[in-house]
Every structure is written in structure tokens, then in C-alpha cells.
Design a protein around this ligand. Structure first.
Ligand SMILES: [Zn+2]
Length: 68
């Protein structure tokens, strides 16, 4: 019983990989982007940072307007 529970736990963990989002650094970097080729990022004059969705939301970032 314990073994099957452990396997279920591992499978569940694998099925939920952290979502990577893209954030333009700089003063206007208040949005996160789901796609690296988003048109909202193409105008980014700063460095594009990769982070997880959870990190972006923790930093108070919101989803970019082009991807709603
Ligand atoms: Zn975007």
C-alpha cells in the first residue's frame, strides 16, 4: 500500500511541471508573458528574464494584455 501511494505521489509531481514565464526587466516590467515570442516582449528594451509562474505572481506581476 505504501509503495503505490509513493508512486502516485511521484506521478502527480511529474505531471505538474512549473510553468516558465518571461518577464522584461526594467521599470515597466510589471507583466509576465507565457510565450518568449510575444509581441509584448518584442518591444522590451531590457533583459528578458525567465522565471516560474509562481515566482511571477509572488512578485505581483500580471499576465500581459496580448495573451488574455
Ligand atoms: Zn505577452
Amino acid at each position: 500500500m505504501k509503495t503505490s501511494l509513493l508512486i502516485l505521489l511521484i506521478v502527480t509531481t511529474v505531471q505538474v511541471p512549473p510553468t516558465t514565464v518571461y518577464v522584461c526587466s526594467g521599470a515597466r516590467g510589471k507583466k509576465y508573458h507565457l510565450r518568449a515570442d510575444c509581441r509584448g516582449l518584442s518591444s522590451c528594451q531590457h533583459k528578458i528574464i525567465k522565471m516560474t509562474l509562481a515566482q511571477a505572481q509572488k512578485n505581483g506581476l500580471t499576465l500581459c494584455g496580448w495573451e488574455k
